[in-house]
Design a protein around this ligand. Structure first.
Ligand SMILES: Cc1cc2nc3c(=O)[nH]c(=O)nc-3n(C[C@H](O)[C@H](O)[C@H](O)COP(=O)(O)O)c2cc1C
Length: 333
């Protein structure tokens, strides 16, 4: 029988690769690229429960999901039970495949409101907030969190049991504490311990610092988890999902995407951003992505400069053609 991972009724392939929720990154245009390149489950960037309730335009836009990207989860955060329940109800109306709760964001403005990683200091509150979300939605509820507040208070073992007991259907663990922010070593041995707890039956996904097929395979074999989530390595490099899957299957590395693939990806990302955000905002917000698509390309500075200063969709498409001509013989090694 074919092995698979289940979250509620959602069936994922054996050892799924998840695209991480990332603020200002994991929007529909970017998710579309990651889907094309093999992401098995994707999440929206986090959405403030209070923003959703206030009907903040920006928060509502983040609820946009499209059938071709399923299965897709909407991630919410907040520190108030009522607001979390109500926002789960709002999320329910757009029918993503699941609702994910962020209990991992280390940023001060989130933590101060008792949300994100702030609740790692108060597991009772975390449980109440989660119950409120489960009450507000008929969809499967999953959680993404960190190991604990700091190295002296790693409580992920208790957190996992208590969340599973109230009905959480999968847990993604970023193998850092809140105090580490994004620095230092991510220690996946803590995630392994959670997975090996005989009481834990929900899928456990690992997250933190996966940036190559080799590392992905090493961690898959070493920690025995149900799947892994990838964030930063996918920014400007959606090919990471295909590359990892190919390596798992064959033990061989795919050649890196050539110049035409990179141009096409950046161009699609721009086009879809303009379609979704409107032309002006789409052009401006795409500017921070070009460096990532063309990382390591020789003498690219001049073209990057043109891409990040031009305001016209038509001109930008001409610049992409110029890049195509200039790099038609370019070999990426
Ligand atoms: C730009 C950026 C935005 C992020 N926004 C979110 C978010 O909205 N929700 C969330 O749960 N985590 C967020 N994260 C954390 C990532 O989901 C992930 O846990 C972290 O980057 C570690 O994984 P990685 O090493 O594969 O990047 C963000 C990370 C980055 C770099």
């Amino acid at each position: 029988m074919k092995k698979m991972v289940k979250i509620g009724n959602i069936e994922l392939p054996d050892f799924p690769l998840l695209l991480a929720p990332m603020e200002d990154v994991s929007d529909p245009p970017f998710r579309r690229l990651c889907k094309q390149h093999g992401a098995d489950l994707m999440y929206s960037e986090f959405i403030s429960s209070e923003g959703l309730i206030r009907d903040a335009m920006k928060s509502r836009m983040k609820l946009d999901i499209f059938d071709y990207e399923r299965p897709v989860g909407i991630q919410i955060f907040g520190g108030d039970e009522e607001a979390m329940e109500l926002s789960a109800k709002i999320v329910d109306t757009v029918q993503p495949d699941l609702v994910d709760i962020n209990f991992g964001c280390p940023v001060k403005k989130v933590v101060c409101k008792g949300a994100g990683a702030g609740v790692l200091k108060d597991v009772d509150l975390m449980v109440r907030l989660t119950k409120a979300v489960i009450k507000g939605t008929s969809l499967p509820v999953t959680v993404k969190t960190r190991l604990g507040w700091d190295e002296n208070s790693i409580n992920i073992d208790e957190v996992a049991e208590r969340l599973q007991d109230i009905g959480v259907q999968a847990l993604t663990i970023h193998a850092r504490t809140r105090a580490q922010m994004y620095k230092g070593h991510s220690d996946w041995s803590h995630i392994q311990r959670v997975k090996e707890n005989p009481r834990i039956t929900m899928p456990i996904f690992g997250n933190g610092d996966i940036d190559s097929p080799q590392k992905a395979l090493e961690y898959k074999n070493k920690y025995g988890l149900d799947g892994m989530m990838i964030g930063r390595a996918a920014i400007g490099y959606p090919w990471i999902f295909d590359e990892i899957k190919h390596y798992f299957k064959t033990g061989e590395l795919l050649p890196p995407p050539d110049m035409e693939a990179r141009i096409q990806a950046a161009q699609n990302h721009l086009t879809w951003s303009m379609e979704w955000k409107g032309e002006r905002v789409g052009i401006v917000e795409m500017r921070r992505h070009y460096t990532n698509y063309f990382k390591g390309i020789h003498n690219f500075k001049e073209y990057r400069q043109k891409l990040v200063t031009n305001d016209s969709a038509e001109e930008l498409m001409k610049i992409f053609d110029e890049i195509r001509d200039a790099y038609s013989d370019y070999q990426i090694v």
